[in-house]
Ligand binder design. Structure first.
Ligand SMILES: [Zn+2]
Length: 438
Protein backbone atom coordinates (compact mmCIF):
# COMPACT_ATOMS: atom_id res chain seq x y z
CA UNK A 1 0.00 0.00 0.00
CA UNK A 2 1.67 3.22 -1.20
CA UNK A 3 0.84 6.45 0.63
CA UNK A 4 1.57 9.90 -0.74
CA UNK A 5 1.62 12.96 1.51
CA UNK A 6 1.65 16.20 -0.46
CA UNK A 7 1.40 19.95 0.11
CA UNK A 8 3.44 19.95 3.33
CA UNK A 9 6.63 21.65 4.51
CA UNK A 10 9.02 18.75 4.77
CA UNK A 11 11.87 18.83 7.28
CA UNK A 12 13.99 15.91 6.14
CA UNK A 13 16.58 16.22 8.94
CA UNK A 14 19.05 14.60 6.54
CA UNK A 15 22.75 15.45 6.60
CA UNK A 16 22.27 18.24 4.07
CA UNK A 17 19.51 19.77 6.19
CA UNK A 18 17.13 19.68 3.20
CA UNK A 19 13.76 21.33 3.62
CA UNK A 20 11.03 21.22 0.94
CA UNK A 21 8.31 23.84 0.88
CA UNK A 22 5.14 22.46 -0.70
CA UNK A 23 6.81 19.04 -0.78
CA UNK A 24 5.77 15.41 -1.02
CA UNK A 25 6.78 12.06 0.45
CA UNK A 26 5.81 8.67 -1.03
CA UNK A 27 6.20 5.53 1.07
CA UNK A 28 4.98 2.04 1.85
CA UNK A 29 5.50 -0.40 4.74
CA UNK A 30 9.01 -1.18 3.53
CA UNK A 31 10.27 2.39 3.47
CA UNK A 32 10.34 5.81 1.87
CA UNK A 33 10.17 5.70 -1.93
CA UNK A 34 10.35 9.36 -2.92
CA UNK A 35 10.75 12.80 -1.33
CA UNK A 36 10.91 16.20 -3.01
CA UNK A 37 9.20 19.49 -3.83
CA UNK A 38 5.97 20.02 -5.74
CA UNK A 39 3.81 17.22 -7.09
CA UNK A 40 4.91 13.59 -7.22
CA UNK A 41 4.76 11.88 -10.60
CA UNK A 42 4.36 8.37 -9.17
CA UNK A 43 1.08 6.59 -8.36
CA UNK A 44 -0.20 6.07 -4.84
CA UNK A 45 -3.02 4.08 -3.24
CA UNK A 46 -3.66 6.69 -0.53
CA UNK A 47 -3.19 10.44 -0.96
CA UNK A 48 -2.94 12.70 2.08
CA UNK A 49 -3.32 16.46 1.76
CA UNK A 50 -0.71 17.94 4.11
CA UNK A 51 -2.68 21.25 4.21
CA UNK A 52 0.55 23.21 4.50
CA UNK A 53 1.42 21.46 7.74
CA UNK A 54 4.94 20.44 8.81
CA UNK A 55 6.03 16.89 8.05
CA UNK A 56 8.97 15.74 10.16
CA UNK A 57 10.61 12.42 11.04
CA UNK A 58 8.96 10.58 13.93
CA UNK A 59 10.41 11.74 17.24
CA UNK A 60 12.70 9.42 19.22
CA UNK A 61 12.57 9.32 23.03
CA UNK A 62 15.75 7.59 24.21
CA UNK A 63 15.00 7.15 27.90
CA UNK A 64 11.85 6.23 29.76
CA UNK A 65 10.13 3.81 32.12
CA UNK A 66 6.74 3.80 30.43
CA UNK A 67 4.94 1.37 32.77
CA UNK A 68 5.28 3.98 35.54
CA UNK A 69 2.08 5.73 34.39
CA UNK A 70 0.34 4.70 37.68
CA UNK A 71 2.92 6.82 39.57
CA UNK A 72 2.27 10.00 37.60
CA UNK A 73 1.56 13.06 39.77
CA UNK A 74 2.35 11.09 42.93
CA UNK A 75 4.74 12.72 45.40
CA UNK A 76 6.20 14.97 42.72
CA UNK A 77 7.71 17.35 45.27
CA UNK A 78 8.85 14.75 47.82
CA UNK A 79 12.63 14.71 48.41
CA UNK A 80 14.49 11.38 47.95
CA UNK A 81 11.29 9.77 46.76
CA UNK A 82 13.13 7.04 44.83
CA UNK A 83 14.19 5.34 48.04
CA UNK A 84 11.32 6.55 50.24
CA UNK A 85 8.38 5.28 48.20
CA UNK A 86 9.11 4.56 44.52
CA UNK A 87 11.27 1.47 45.10
CA UNK A 88 9.03 0.10 47.93
CA UNK A 89 5.78 0.68 46.01
CA UNK A 90 7.19 -0.88 42.84
CA UNK A 91 8.24 -3.93 44.82
CA UNK A 92 4.82 -4.35 46.42
CA UNK A 93 2.44 -3.43 43.68
CA UNK A 94 3.80 -3.82 40.15
CA UNK A 95 2.51 -6.91 38.37
CA UNK A 96 2.89 -8.14 34.78
CA UNK A 97 -0.74 -7.21 34.02
CA UNK A 98 -0.29 -3.70 35.41
CA UNK A 99 2.93 -3.21 33.43
CA UNK A 100 1.15 -4.37 30.27
CA UNK A 101 -1.89 -2.10 30.75
CA UNK A 102 0.31 0.89 31.63
CA UNK A 103 2.60 0.31 28.65
CA UNK A 104 -0.38 0.20 26.27
CA UNK A 105 -1.69 3.44 27.75
CA UNK A 106 1.78 5.01 27.46
CA UNK A 107 2.00 3.96 23.81
CA UNK A 108 -1.23 5.90 23.19
CA UNK A 109 0.29 9.00 24.77
CA UNK A 110 3.58 8.62 22.88
CA UNK A 111 1.94 8.14 19.50
CA UNK A 112 -0.51 11.00 20.00
CA UNK A 113 2.45 13.28 20.71
CA UNK A 114 4.45 12.20 17.65
CA UNK A 115 6.95 9.91 19.37
CA UNK A 116 7.42 6.92 17.07
CA UNK A 117 10.40 5.27 18.84
CA UNK A 118 10.89 4.77 22.55
CA UNK A 119 13.72 3.31 24.63
CA UNK A 120 12.25 1.77 27.76
CA UNK A 121 13.83 0.10 30.79
CA UNK A 122 11.69 -1.42 33.52
CA UNK A 123 10.52 -4.69 35.09
CA UNK A 124 8.42 -7.38 33.39
CA UNK A 125 9.84 -5.82 30.25
CA UNK A 126 8.51 -8.65 28.11
CA UNK A 127 5.06 -7.17 28.78
CA UNK A 128 6.31 -3.77 27.55
CA UNK A 129 7.63 -5.43 24.39
CA UNK A 130 4.25 -7.14 23.90
CA UNK A 131 2.34 -3.87 24.39
CA UNK A 132 4.61 -2.00 21.96
CA UNK A 133 4.42 -4.81 19.43
CA UNK A 134 0.61 -4.68 19.51
CA UNK A 135 0.21 -0.92 19.47
CA UNK A 136 2.54 -0.34 16.53
CA UNK A 137 5.18 1.89 18.15
CA UNK A 138 8.88 1.16 17.57
CA UNK A 139 10.64 0.26 20.81
CA UNK A 140 13.97 -0.59 22.37
CA UNK A 141 13.26 -2.56 25.55
CA UNK A 142 15.56 -3.50 28.41
CA UNK A 143 14.93 -5.51 31.56
CA UNK A 144 16.31 -3.61 34.58
CA UNK A 145 19.25 -5.29 36.30
CA UNK A 146 19.66 -4.18 39.92
CA UNK A 147 21.27 -5.46 43.12
CA UNK A 148 18.08 -5.75 45.17
CA UNK A 149 14.83 -7.69 45.25
CA UNK A 150 12.42 -6.42 42.59
CA UNK A 151 8.80 -6.99 41.62
CA UNK A 152 9.91 -9.57 39.07
CA UNK A 153 12.79 -11.21 40.94
CA UNK A 154 13.07 -12.29 44.57
CA UNK A 155 16.85 -12.37 44.28
CA UNK A 156 19.11 -9.43 43.40
CA UNK A 157 20.25 -9.31 39.78
CA UNK A 158 17.40 -11.57 38.66
CA UNK A 159 17.06 -9.07 35.82
CA UNK A 160 20.19 -10.44 34.16
CA UNK A 161 18.77 -13.85 33.16
CA UNK A 162 15.43 -12.18 32.40
CA UNK A 163 17.30 -9.78 30.14
CA UNK A 164 18.88 -12.66 28.24
CA UNK A 165 15.46 -14.30 27.88
CA UNK A 166 14.07 -11.03 26.53
CA UNK A 167 16.89 -10.74 24.01
CA UNK A 168 16.47 -14.32 22.81
CA UNK A 169 12.74 -13.82 22.40
CA UNK A 170 12.73 -10.48 20.59
CA UNK A 171 16.03 -10.17 18.75
CA UNK A 172 15.41 -9.98 15.01
CA UNK A 173 11.94 -8.41 15.34
CA UNK A 174 11.42 -5.54 12.90
CA UNK A 175 10.21 -2.97 15.45
CA UNK A 176 11.03 -4.35 18.89
CA UNK A 177 14.71 -4.31 19.81
CA UNK A 178 15.94 -5.78 23.10
CA UNK A 179 18.84 -4.25 25.00
CA UNK A 180 20.61 -4.59 28.35
CA UNK A 181 19.72 -2.13 31.11
CA UNK A 182 21.54 -2.17 34.45
CA UNK A 183 19.78 0.35 36.68
CA UNK A 184 22.61 2.71 37.66
CA UNK A 185 26.30 2.99 38.53
CA UNK A 186 25.64 2.71 42.27
CA UNK A 187 22.76 0.18 42.36
CA UNK A 188 24.68 -2.71 40.79
CA UNK A 189 28.08 -4.07 41.80
CA UNK A 190 31.01 -3.48 39.42
CA UNK A 191 31.03 -7.22 38.67
CA UNK A 192 27.38 -7.16 37.65
CA UNK A 193 27.76 -3.96 35.61
CA UNK A 194 30.49 -5.78 33.70
CA UNK A 195 28.48 -9.01 33.40
CA UNK A 196 25.58 -6.99 31.97
CA UNK A 197 27.95 -5.31 29.51
CA UNK A 198 29.34 -8.68 28.44
CA UNK A 199 25.77 -9.80 27.75
CA UNK A 200 25.22 -6.76 25.51
CA UNK A 201 28.42 -7.59 23.62
CA UNK A 202 27.44 -11.25 23.28
CA UNK A 203 24.16 -10.32 21.59
CA UNK A 204 25.37 -7.10 19.94
CA UNK A 205 22.67 -4.95 21.57
CA UNK A 206 22.82 -1.52 23.28
CA UNK A 207 23.65 -1.12 26.97
CA UNK A 208 22.05 1.68 28.99
CA UNK A 209 22.16 2.86 32.60
CA UNK A 210 21.64 5.94 34.77
CA UNK A 211 24.97 7.76 35.21
CA UNK A 212 26.16 10.81 37.21
CA UNK A 213 22.66 11.71 38.29
CA UNK A 214 22.55 11.75 42.09
CA UNK A 215 24.58 13.80 44.55
CA UNK A 216 25.00 10.72 46.76
CA UNK A 217 26.23 8.77 43.72
CA UNK A 218 28.91 11.38 43.08
CA UNK A 219 30.14 11.43 46.69
CA UNK A 220 30.06 7.61 46.91
CA UNK A 221 32.34 7.19 43.90
CA UNK A 222 34.64 9.95 45.11
CA UNK A 223 35.01 8.36 48.56
CA UNK A 224 35.06 4.74 47.40
CA UNK A 225 37.20 4.98 44.28
CA UNK A 226 38.55 8.54 44.16
CA UNK A 227 37.02 9.04 40.74
CA UNK A 228 33.83 10.09 39.00
CA UNK A 229 31.19 7.51 38.00
CA UNK A 230 32.07 8.05 34.31
CA UNK A 231 35.79 7.49 34.93
CA UNK A 232 34.84 4.42 36.97
CA UNK A 233 32.74 3.02 34.10
CA UNK A 234 35.59 3.73 31.70
CA UNK A 235 38.08 1.85 33.86
CA UNK A 236 35.59 -1.00 34.19
CA UNK A 237 35.57 -1.24 30.39
CA UNK A 238 31.86 -0.59 29.85
CA UNK A 239 31.93 2.70 27.94
CA UNK A 240 31.82 2.49 24.15
CA UNK A 241 29.69 2.72 21.03
CA UNK A 242 26.89 0.54 22.43
CA UNK A 243 26.63 2.38 25.76
CA UNK A 244 23.90 4.96 26.35
CA UNK A 245 24.68 6.91 29.54
CA UNK A 246 21.49 8.46 30.90
CA UNK A 247 21.49 11.93 32.55
CA UNK A 248 25.25 12.66 33.01
CA UNK A 249 24.24 15.82 34.88
CA UNK A 250 27.51 16.03 36.79
CA UNK A 251 29.88 15.13 33.92
CA UNK A 252 33.21 16.97 34.24
CA UNK A 253 35.50 18.15 31.41
CA UNK A 254 37.63 14.96 31.57
CA UNK A 255 34.41 12.88 31.76
CA UNK A 256 33.18 14.48 28.52
CA UNK A 257 36.47 13.62 26.82
CA UNK A 258 36.07 9.99 27.94
CA UNK A 259 32.52 9.90 26.54
CA UNK A 260 33.70 11.39 23.23
CA UNK A 261 36.81 9.22 22.92
CA UNK A 262 34.90 6.00 23.55
CA UNK A 263 31.90 6.90 21.36
CA UNK A 264 29.56 6.62 24.36
CA UNK A 265 26.14 8.20 23.80
CA UNK A 266 24.15 10.36 26.20
CA UNK A 267 20.41 10.45 26.89
CA UNK A 268 19.67 14.03 27.95
CA UNK A 269 16.62 14.23 30.25
CA UNK A 270 16.40 17.90 31.07
CA UNK A 271 12.80 17.86 32.30
CA UNK A 272 13.30 15.16 34.91
CA UNK A 273 16.70 16.56 35.96
CA UNK A 274 15.52 20.10 36.58
CA UNK A 275 12.17 19.12 38.10
CA UNK A 276 14.17 17.22 40.73
CA UNK A 277 16.53 20.17 41.20
CA UNK A 278 19.48 17.92 40.37
CA UNK A 279 21.22 20.18 37.86
CA UNK A 280 21.73 20.81 34.15
CA UNK A 281 23.74 18.41 32.02
CA UNK A 282 26.58 20.22 30.18
CA UNK A 283 25.05 19.24 26.83
CA UNK A 284 26.61 22.09 24.88
CA UNK A 285 30.13 21.07 25.96
CA UNK A 286 29.28 17.47 25.07
CA UNK A 287 28.04 18.48 21.64
CA UNK A 288 31.18 20.54 20.99
CA UNK A 289 33.29 17.53 22.02
CA UNK A 290 31.42 15.34 19.53
CA UNK A 291 29.39 13.26 22.00
CA UNK A 292 26.21 11.82 20.44
CA UNK A 293 23.14 13.08 22.32
CA UNK A 294 19.49 12.10 22.23
CA UNK A 295 16.53 13.29 24.29
CA UNK A 296 14.70 11.31 26.98
CA UNK A 297 11.60 12.25 28.93
CA UNK A 298 12.42 9.76 31.71
CA UNK A 299 9.47 7.93 33.23
CA UNK A 300 6.04 9.51 33.67
CA UNK A 301 6.81 9.68 37.37
CA UNK A 302 9.93 11.83 36.77
CA UNK A 303 9.14 13.68 33.56
CA UNK A 304 5.34 13.45 33.83
CA UNK A 305 4.67 13.74 30.10
CA UNK A 306 6.56 11.71 27.54
CA UNK A 307 6.29 14.00 24.53
CA UNK A 308 9.42 15.71 23.22
CA UNK A 309 7.91 19.17 22.67
CA UNK A 310 8.10 19.71 26.44
CA UNK A 311 11.75 18.62 26.45
CA UNK A 312 12.58 20.78 23.40
CA UNK A 313 11.50 23.95 25.18
CA UNK A 314 13.33 23.05 28.36
CA UNK A 315 16.56 22.19 26.55
CA UNK A 316 16.44 25.59 24.87
CA UNK A 317 15.68 27.49 28.06
CA UNK A 318 18.04 25.69 30.42
CA UNK A 319 21.01 25.31 28.05
CA UNK A 320 20.85 28.96 26.93
CA UNK A 321 20.62 30.03 30.55
CA UNK A 322 23.40 27.73 31.74
CA UNK A 323 25.77 29.07 29.08
CA UNK A 324 24.30 32.60 29.14
CA UNK A 325 24.10 32.49 25.37
CA UNK A 326 20.90 33.01 23.39
CA UNK A 327 22.47 31.44 20.30
CA UNK A 328 23.36 28.19 22.07
CA UNK A 329 21.31 25.23 20.82
CA UNK A 330 19.34 26.91 18.01
CA UNK A 331 15.94 25.34 17.31
CA UNK A 332 17.12 23.29 14.36
CA UNK A 333 19.79 21.58 16.48
CA UNK A 334 17.20 20.74 19.12
CA UNK A 335 14.88 19.16 16.53
CA UNK A 336 17.94 17.27 15.31
CA UNK A 337 18.54 15.87 18.82
CA UNK A 338 14.96 14.60 18.91
CA UNK A 339 15.20 12.87 15.52
CA UNK A 340 18.59 11.97 13.96
CA UNK A 341 20.35 12.46 17.30
CA UNK A 342 18.11 9.85 18.89
CA UNK A 343 18.56 7.49 15.94
CA UNK A 344 22.35 7.67 16.31
CA UNK A 345 22.12 7.06 20.05
CA UNK A 346 20.20 3.85 19.31
CA UNK A 347 22.59 2.85 16.51
CA UNK A 348 19.59 2.98 14.15
CA UNK A 349 20.65 5.94 11.98
CA UNK A 350 20.43 3.85 8.80
CA UNK A 351 16.83 2.99 9.57
CA UNK A 352 15.09 5.97 11.19
CA UNK A 353 15.64 9.63 12.21
CA UNK A 354 15.31 11.39 8.86
CA UNK A 355 13.07 11.49 5.79
CA UNK A 356 15.24 9.91 3.10
CA UNK A 357 14.65 7.32 0.40
CA UNK A 358 15.21 3.82 1.78
CA UNK A 359 14.59 4.72 5.41
CA UNK A 360 11.56 3.53 7.35
CA UNK A 361 8.44 5.69 7.01
CA UNK A 362 8.20 6.90 10.63
CA UNK A 363 6.55 10.28 10.05
CA UNK A 364 4.73 13.00 11.95
CA UNK A 365 2.48 15.62 10.38
CA UNK A 366 1.95 18.75 12.48
CA UNK A 367 -1.02 20.96 11.68
CA UNK A 368 -0.37 24.69 11.53
CA UNK A 369 -3.95 25.97 11.70
CA UNK A 370 -4.19 26.14 15.50
CA UNK A 371 -4.01 29.45 17.31
CA UNK A 372 -0.46 28.87 18.61
CA UNK A 373 1.06 28.19 15.19
CA UNK A 374 0.54 31.55 13.45
CA UNK A 375 2.46 33.22 11.92
CA UNK A 376 5.10 30.72 10.92
CA UNK A 377 8.45 32.01 9.63
CA UNK A 378 10.78 29.23 10.73
CA UNK A 379 9.37 25.68 11.07
CA UNK A 380 12.17 24.57 13.46
CA UNK A 381 11.37 27.49 15.77
CA UNK A 382 7.67 26.71 15.54
CA UNK A 383 8.32 23.11 16.64
CA UNK A 384 10.63 24.01 19.53
CA UNK A 385 9.09 27.20 20.89
CA UNK A 386 5.42 27.24 19.81
CA UNK A 387 4.14 23.73 19.19
CA UNK A 388 2.87 21.17 21.66
CA UNK A 389 1.55 17.63 21.42
CA UNK A 390 -1.93 18.85 20.50
CA UNK A 391 -0.56 20.05 17.14
CA UNK A 392 0.20 16.47 16.09
CA UNK A 393 -2.28 15.65 13.35
CA UNK A 394 -1.07 12.36 11.88
CA UNK A 395 1.54 9.73 12.71
CA UNK A 396 2.90 6.79 10.74
CA UNK A 397 5.24 4.08 12.01
CA UNK A 398 6.78 1.81 9.42
CA UNK A 399 4.36 3.19 6.87
CA UNK A 400 1.32 2.30 8.99
CA UNK A 401 -0.90 5.20 9.99
CA UNK A 402 -1.62 5.09 13.73
CA UNK A 403 -2.90 8.67 14.33
CA UNK A 404 -5.17 10.73 12.09
CA UNK A 405 -6.75 14.07 12.87
CA UNK A 406 -5.20 13.94 16.36
CA UNK A 407 -6.95 10.63 17.18
CA UNK A 408 -5.70 7.07 17.49
CA UNK A 409 -6.79 4.89 14.60
CA UNK A 410 -6.35 1.42 16.06
CA UNK A 411 -6.96 1.97 19.79
CA UNK A 412 -9.60 3.64 21.89
CA UNK A 413 -8.09 5.87 24.55
CA UNK A 414 -11.02 5.53 26.96
CA UNK A 415 -10.91 1.74 26.73
CA UNK A 416 -7.17 1.77 27.48
CA UNK A 417 -7.68 4.16 30.39
CA UNK A 418 -10.51 2.06 31.87
CA UNK A 419 -8.42 -1.09 31.58
CA UNK A 420 -5.46 0.57 33.30
CA UNK A 421 -7.60 2.08 36.08
CA UNK A 422 -9.17 -1.31 36.83
CA UNK A 423 -5.72 -2.91 36.89
CA UNK A 424 -4.47 -0.18 39.31
CA UNK A 425 -6.88 -1.19 42.15
CA UNK A 426 -4.30 -3.07 44.24
CA UNK A 427 -1.63 -0.49 43.40
CA UNK A 428 -3.83 2.31 44.76
CA UNK A 429 -4.48 0.33 47.95
CA UNK A 430 -0.74 -0.13 48.46
CA UNK A 431 -0.08 3.56 47.74
CA UNK A 432 -2.37 4.55 50.62
CA UNK A 433 0.28 3.85 53.23
CA UNK A 434 2.57 6.47 51.69
CA UNK A 435 -0.20 9.08 51.82
CA UNK A 436 1.81 11.51 53.99
CA UNK A 437 4.46 11.79 51.24
CA UNK A 438 2.08 12.02 48.30
ZN1 LIG B 1 15.30 6.92 34.30
Amino acid sequence: MRTLIEKATILTMDNGGRLYLDGHVLFDENGILAVGSGACSQDADIRVDGRQGILMPGMINVHSHIPMIPFRSMGDDCPDRLRRFLFPLELEAMTPDLVYAAARYAACELLLSGVTSILDMYYFEDQVARACEETGIRAWVGETVIGQETCDSKTPYGGLPLCEELIRKWQGHKRIHPLVAPHATNTSSPQMLKAAYDLSVKYQVPYTLHVSEMDYEMSYFKEQYGKTPIAFLHDLGVLGERTIAVHCIHATGPDIRLLADTGTKVAHCIGANTKAGKGICPALDMRKAGVGIGIGSDGPSSGNTMDLFTQFKMIASFQKTKYRDRSAFPAREIVELGTMGGARVLGAEDEIGSIEIGKQADLVLLETKSVNMFPLYNPYSAIVYSANASNVDSVWVQGRQLVRGGRLMEMDLQTERDRLWAEMKEFRNCADKYQDML
